[in-house]
Design a protein around this ligand. Structure first.
Ligand code: CA
Length: 543
């Protein structure tokens, strides 16, 4: 009898345990896959992330995880709601997510999880968690203040910490484990670093990290004659100096060789020629960025050591990601926002030894709207109907991608020409190809569009760095028309059809087929934009 009971218990125990693991969602800000060792970029040889790499090697690396809008607040809103930005309403940096729309946190709590949010939040409204301690807005790198639950009304509940933000956030999380966690429940913890967001301020102890190292340059920092389109470069390169802020001196208003606003200017750069100046700016940009990354990685080593000591490391689903990618000099671009690989891709790693085989690598396409459904799946919650994403838990556990799984990731950037002069665009990215449509008009402005519309198409099998726009290559004619059709269907399926934005809809309809008349008109618009110089545009806050 006893034997029989033991046998039944043995059968049941792992099921019960696997049913309700703890969930730790770790996200850094702007930490791009090129700066994560296991993603194997040119920077991997610098060994930027040994801790994150160990996590990845014991779990699964998602090679094709994409954000639907490569900018902080909208990406966070997509993760929190499981919805694209035109549905959750967070189009840009001015967007907010009210408490009753913080679905992931709400569903976790409903499922009996003890919920906490610590670090960078950036969704403006009070976080709907059992506990929170969040940076106000972007937060500060040094001696940051936080808003902490239990310290008064939202906005007045400010506490001050001393030290670097990455250290303070880790310390706060360990303190939550020690003194605040409800130990009779599984936990759902979001642990979010501010680093390595610009302006890249590292903790003092990293000042000399990589000091004497020459950071490898991407080839397309220098030359890319077939990259882009009239939308991104103008007619015969006439908009090169106005579209997409740069590492070198290319961009007229904002580049990393200029002491422009809070940017750091490399020493002696004014006396350098263009090549020397770009080289120096690149080294400085990368070193400052990677010093912040190193701070994150070391802090995670500390956090993981704590989890191991407490016996929490193996019964917790641990996710590591960044809220979007980042351009580290590829195409001579800085910042994010683009649909190009470096900005669109998110690092995404999951470790959970009870369900995921160590050393797994997946090329399944996932989008940030799928994160909430996947996390909820681990909590035993069926994806709510209002979420547009789908759980990929089965895929990462079985290694098998079902035939019905999505074939492409949708992307859309709304903030036309804001901050870094990126034209409004949308597109689709499949395992092999990428099709981008730059419609070039703001969603809030009425009237004329300001930049020439154009399509770009990249064959990622032959050209993973997207150096050759093949939109006009007749060899790809049928592939491109199929992709356009897929893009049209995807937009209908997720209801991103611009019915609310007639000024965009008109451009999309007019330039969809991109016939000779459209091309001629794009040239006129490019010349006009060049003449006007695309003066700095201050993006208006959402009313
Ligand atoms: Ca970000």
């Amino acid at each position: 009898m006893l034997q029989k009971i033991c046998f039944i218990l043995l059968l049941c125990l792992p099921v019960v345990a696997a049913d309700r693991p703890n969930i730790l969602f770790i996200m850094s800000d702007d930490h791009t896959s090129q700066a994560v060792g296991v993603y194997g970029s040119r920077l991997a040889k610098l060994n930027p992330t040994p801790t994150i790499d160990s996590l990845a090697k014991e779990g699964v690396i998602m090679k094709n995880a994409f954000c639907t809008n490569a900018i902080c607040t909208p990406s966070r809103a997509a993760i929190m709601t499981g919805q694209y930005n035109h549905v959750n309403g967070v189009y840009d940096l001015g967007g907010t997510l009210p408490m009753d729309q913080q679905y992931l946190a709400i569903e976790m709590k409903k499922a009996g999880y003890n919920t906490a949010m610590i670090g960078k939040w950036h969704l403006k409204k009070e976080p709907n968690y059992d506990y929170y301690k969040v940076l106000p807005g972007q937060g500060k790198y040094h001696n940051p203040t936080f808003k902490e639950k239990g310290k008064g009304a939202w906005g007045k509940n400010v506490v001050q910490m001393q030290g670097h933000s990455s250290d303070c956030i880790t310390e706060s999380t360990i303190e939550w484990f020690e003194t605040k966690r409800e130990k009779d429940k599984p936990f759902f913890l979001m642990h979010h670093y501010k680093a390595p967001h610009d302006m890249f301020e590292n903790a003092k102890r990293y000042d000399s990290y990589l000091e004497d190292v020459e950071i490898p340059e991407p080839e397309n920092l220098w030359s890319q004659p077939k990259f882009g389109s009239i939308a991104t470069r103008g007619h015969k390169g006439g908009l090169d100096k106005y579209i997409g802020t740069s590492i070198g001196r290319r961009h007229e208003y904002r580049n990393y060789t200029k002491n422009n606003g809070p940017w750091i200017k490399p020493e002696g750069v004014d006396e350098m020629n263009d090549v020397e100046a770009k080289r120096a700016a690149y080294q400085l940009y990368l070193k400052r960025y990677l010093r912040c990354v190193k701070g994150v990685d070391d802090n995670l080593a500390k956090l993981f050591a704590y989890l191991k000591k407490e016996g929490l490391y193996d019964n917790t689903v641990i996710v590591y990601t960044g809220d979007q990618g980042f351009m580290l000099g590829e195409h001579d671009y800085m910042d994010k926002r683009w649909m190009y690989e470096e900005a669109q891709r998110m690092p995404f790693i999951v470790r959970y030894p009870k369900g995921i085989k160590a050393g797994s690598v997946s090329d399944t396409i996932i989008e940030n709207v799928d994160f909430a459904p996947m996390l909820l799946d681990y909590a035993g919650v069926k994806t709510p109907n209002y979420m547009q994403g789908k759980s990929f838990r089965n895929i990462i556990e079985s290694g098998v991608e079902p035939e019905s799984w999505k074939k492409g990731a949708y992307y859309r950037y709304w903030m036309h020409l804001a901050h870094h002069w990126n034209p409004g665009h949308f597109g689709i990215r499949t395992k092999h190809f990428k099709l981008i449509f730059y419609y070039g008009v703001d969603y809030k402005e009425k009237g004329q569009f300001q930049t020439p519309p154009a399509w770009e198409f990249y064959d990622l099998r032959k050209d993973p760095n997207e150096n050759v726009n093949q939109y006009d290559n007749p060899e790809y004619k049928s592939v491109i028309s199929q992709l356009k059709e897929d893009l049209r269907k995807k937009r209908e399926e997720i209801q991103d059809t611009d019915d609310k934005f007639p000024q965009i809809k008109a451009v999309v309809d007019e330039f969809w087929d991109y016939d000779e008349a459209d091309r001629a008109k794009a040239i006129e618009l490019a010349k006009e934009a060049e003449k006007n110089g695309l003066k700095p545009i201050r993006h208006r806050k959402k009313k």
